[in-house]
Design a binder for this molecule. Structure first.
Ligand code: CS2
Ligand code: MG
Length: 399
């Protein structure tokens, strides 16, 4: 079997998605997600101008060899653009191999280690009544674990609060404002109120979205301990891996990190020194199924669990690949599942299902996702930037 063609499909059914489609001489095709929110066209060019020309004539079954040649052969390694491009090829080749085998991908990854995949959903509100309504809405959808994001007194727009912001808004970045002291004072009160309203058992997660210094993160982790969080996510920018030593030394609140990481090297200190409890990388941003599987095996040595990043800006192709991995790996923790618009679901018909807060990849050969190219063409690309963040004095801050 030989690859005969590969193409990049850009579509925007509500938000931009980049998909690679690989075709073989036996008519078997494979899909891979290469969506890098806010920088989509950079990956489109990397794929179209530098990777796609290399694929025709190669053997689609040599996944590891192809991965290594795209990673080492690029000479300029790592980074979000390169790893999203390589991920799309890797996943498309796994899709092809599983289709040829006539098996759903999870069977090639060692088979099912569980019956279904537990997820968490997003709840948010500018104030408590809005937040409680949002939590109830998620519970009504069947979610059994909830990420809680709220407004902060005095701030107009805050990450993750649906009513105040549209993450990938228009042709220029939306400017949000931030105030860490106000956030640190208000958040423990919010979780106190949520626990009073929903009880002690509901798993609650929160994303600090890279905004705190290590000492501020240590304080927040400690202040949230009485509310028994499932995890506190991205509490401090983790380029400074050593900074988590300080956080870890002050709190037992579980820590999740990694959605912006692209290679295992970004985790070496965090995993090697047991500084986190969940690895958050997504198939799409970590170079594919092949390297993410290896990361999970490394994390397992430290009883660290998987928690694949699953917001709306990971396409259903990337989500499907994640669910197959989630079902197969032993050290599974939880899967983020923000869900998609009807328009997105129509462009990417899929076999995976969401029932009672749990996902299952389905039993179709391959990934179990297809791409309706006619519908995709009806939703042309729209430039969309992620917001940026400024402190009260105008200083740029992590968004
Ligand atoms: C977030 C993401 O879901 C999460 O955990 O951190 O929503 C993130 O903000 C987006 O993926 C950025 O594109
Ligand atoms: Mg996050």
């Amino acid at each position: 079997m030989k690859i005969v063609d590969a193409k990049v499909v850009l579509t925007s059914p509500g938000r931009n998605f980049v998909t690679l489609k690989i075709e073989t001489d036996e008519g078997v095709t494979g899909l891979g997600d290469a969506t890098l929110n806010g920088r989509e066209l950079a990956v489109v060019s990397y794929l179209t101008d530098h990777v796609v020309p290399l694929l025709p004539g190669t053997d689609p079954h040599r996944i590891e060899d192809t991965w290594q040649s795209l990673y080492r052969g690029a000479y300029w390694r790592r980074g979000p653009v390169t790893m999203a491009a390589i991920a799309a090829v890797d996943v498309a080749l796994w899709d092809i191999k599983a289709k040829v085998a006539g098996l759903p991908l999870y069977q090639l990854l060692g088979g099912a280690s569980r019956e279904r995949v537990r997820t968490y959903g997003h709840a948010s509100g500018r104030d408590l009544p809005e937040l409680f309504d949002s939590i109830r809405a998620r519970l009504d959808q069947g979610y059994q674990a909830i990420r809680v994001q709220t407004g902060v007194p005095g701030l107009k727009r805050v990450y993750g609060v649906r009513h105040t912001v549209d993450t990938a808004a228009g042709p220029r970045p939306v400017v949000e404002d931030w105030d860490t002291p106000a956030y640190l004072r208000s958040l423990p009160k919010v979780f106190d109120a949520v626990r009073q309203e929903f009880g002690p058992d509901l798993p609650l997660l929160h994303d600090a979205h890279h905004r705190l210094t290590p000492m501020q993160a240590a304080r927040l982790g400690k202040d949230l301990e009485p509310y028994d969080l499932f995890w506190l996510e991205d509490c401090t920018p983790a380029e400074n891996q050593e900074g988590l030593r300080l956080v870890r030394s002050h709190t037992t609140t579980p820590l999740a990190i990694g959605e912006v990481f692209n290679t295992v090297y970004d985790y070496k200190t965090l995993i090697g020194e047991q500084l986190i409890d969940y690895v958050r990388s997504a198939v799409t941003h970590f170079g594919g199924v092949s390297p993410l599987r290896k990361l999970f095996d490394y994390a397992a040595q430290y009883q660290i669990r998987t928690a694949i990043h699953g917001p709306e800006d990971i396409s259903p192709v990337g989500m499907a690949a994640a669910i197959h991995l989630d079902l197969a790996v032993h050290n599974f923790g939880i899967q983020e599942y923000a869900g998609y618009t009807e328009a997105t679901e129509a462009v990417f018909p899929h076999a995976y299902t969401f029932t009672d807060g749990h996902l299952h990849p389905g039993e179709e050969p391959g990934l179990g996702v297809s791409l309706d190219e006619e519908r995709a063409a009806a939703h042309p690309y729209e430039a969309a930037y992620l917001p940026i963040n400024r402190l009260q004095d105008g200083t740029i801050h992590d968004w």
